[in-house]
Write a protein that binds this ligand. Structure first.
Ligand code: PMP
Length: 358
C-alpha cells in the first residue's frame, strides 16, 4: 500500500511513472535485458537520453544558446565545481546566504577561492530572503550565487532578479515547480531527487558563452565544456536515473507543463499555510512574501507534542514529515508528484490533531 510521502528528497515519484518503470523493468523494449544492464553507448539508450534532454529543454523553454548537462555528484558537487570553473574571472564571486544550502555552498566554495558573502540572514534564523535591489553586488563579481528556494527553511525569493553579473542558482528544490526565464541565468543546477526523478543525477543548465570561460586547467570531469563535448557521457552516466527522469518529463508535459504545476503547487501550499495561519497551534516563522510553495516547515506551539504528531501522522499514512535534523519541527515537502489529495489528507490530520490536543 503506497502512502503519502512528504519527504524533501528523495521525494515522491509520480505513480504513473513508477508503474511504467515496473512494466519495463525486466526487459526494456524487446532488448532482452533491463535498462539498468544496457550500455550507455547503445543506440537504444542514446535515444532515451537524447529524448529526455529534448523534453527537459521544451518544458523549461531553454534557448539554443544554453547547454543542458546530466551530471553526477549532486548539488553538493556543484558547490565546488562552480568556483573551480569560474572564480578566475574578474573579481571575487558574491554569495547570498538564505539557509543551510547556500551556507554550505559558501563554506565549500571558500575552500577553493575567496568569496564575498554579500548577504546572510543566519542571525535571524533564515526566516526571509532579501530583495536583490537592496543588495550591493560588486560590479566586478565573477558571478553571483543564490538559492531561489531553501529546502530546509522553506524560504523562497519572491522574484527572479535581473543583474549585470553572471547569475548562478541552486534550483534543487524549485526546478520544474513553476516556469522560469532561463535567460536571466548563466548557470542553473539541480539535484534530481525532488522534482526530476531518482537521486544520482544532477541537471545543469549553462549558458554556452559562460561555459566557454571555464577554467581550462581543470581535469575533464570537472569541466562543463568537456561534459558538453561528450553529450554528458564523458564517463558512464547514471543511466537508470536519467531514464526515469525522461519519464517524469513526459508526465510533466502530459499534465500541462510548468504553468499547470505552478497553479497546482500554489493551491496546495496556500491550503496548507491557511491551516497554519488560522491556528495558534501550528507556527511557520517565514516572512509571508518568502514562503516556499514546495517545502513548508512548521512547529507546534507546544514542542512536547511534536514526537506525538510525527507518530500519529505516520500511523495515518502521512510519511516523512519530520523537519531536517538541524532545525527540528515538521516539514511537508509537496513537489509536483504530491497530489492535492495528499495535502488534503494532511490538512484533515492536522485539524484532527489540533482538536484532540490543542
Ligand atoms: N541544495 C539544495 C537546495 C538542496 O535541497 C539539496 C538537497 N536537499 C542540496 C543542495 C544537496 O543536494 P545533494 O544531496 O544532491 O548533493
Amino acid at each position: 500500500m503506497r502512502k503519502w510521502n512528504f519527504s524533501p528528497g528523495p521525494a515522491t515519484i509520480p505513480e504513473d511513472v513508477l508503474l511504467e518503470v515496473q512494466s519495463e523493468l525486466l526487459e526494456f523494449n524487446n532488448a532482452g535485458i533491463s535498462i539498468m544492464e544496457m550500455s550507455h553507448r547503445t543506440e537504444l539508450y542514446s535515444s532515451i537520453a537524447f529524448e529526455a534532454k529534448k523534453d527537459f529543454i521544451e518544458i523549461l523553454n531553454i534557448p539554443d544558446n544554453y547547454e543542458v548537462l546530466f551530471l553526477q555528484g549532486g548539488a553538493t558537487h556543484q558547490f565546488s565545481m562552480i568556483p573551480m570553473n569560474f572564480s578566475h574571472l574578474q573579481g571575487k564571486p558574491a554569495y547570498i546566504t538564505t539557509g543551510t544550502w547556500t551556507k554550505r555552498a559558501f563554506e565549500e566554495g571558500s575552500k577553493i577561492t575567496e568569496i564575498d558573502q554579500i548577504f546572510s540572514s543566519e542571525n535571524e534564523n533564515f526566516i526571509y530572503a532579501p530583495h536583490f535591489k537592496d543588495l550591493k553586488i560588486p560590479e566586478d563579481a565573477s558571478y553571483v550565487h543564490y538559492c531561489p528556494n531553501e529546502t530546509i527553511h522553506g524560504v523562497a525569493f519572491d522574484h527572479i532578479p535581473t543583474i549585470n553579473n553572471p547569475l548562478v542558482a541552486d534550483m534543487s528544490s524549485s526546478i520544474l515547480s513553476e516556469p522560469i526565464d532561463v535567460n536571466k541565468f548563466s548557470l542553473i543546477y539541480a539535484s534530481a531527487q525532488k522534482n526530476i526523478g531518482p537521486s544520482g543525477l544532477t541537471v545543469v543548465i549553462i549558458k554556452k558563452s559562460f561555459m566557454k570561460q571555464g577554467n581550462k586547467a581543470l581535469t575533464n570531469l570537472l569541466r562543463y565544456s568537456e561534459h558538453s563535448k561528450q553529450n554528458s557521457m564523458l564517463n558512464t552516466p547514471p543511466t537508470f536515473s536519467w531514464y526515469v527522469a525522461g519519464k517524469v518529463f513526459k508526465w510533466v508535459k502530459k499534465l500541462g507543463g510548468l504553468s499547470y504545476f505552478k497553479e497546482l503547487n500554489t493551491l496546495k501550499a496556500s491550503k496548507l499555510y491557511q491551516v497554519i495561519d488560522n491556528s495558534d497551534f501550528y507556527i511557520n516563522p517565514v516572512h509571508i512574501n518568502n514562503r516556499s510553495i514546495v517545502n513548508i516547515p512548521f512547529v507546534l506551539k507546544d514542542k512536547k507534542l511534536e514526537p506525538l504528531f510525527l507518530k500519529e501522522s505516520a500511523e495515518n499514512g502521512l510519511l516523512n514529515l519530520k523537519g531536517h535534523f538541524t532545525v527540528g519541527g515538521m516539514r511537508a515537502s509537496i513537489y509536483n508528484a504530491m497530489p492535492l489529495d495528499g495535502v488534503e489528507d494532511l490538512i484533515k490530520f492536522m485539524d484532527h490533531f489540533e482538536s484532540k490536543y490543542g
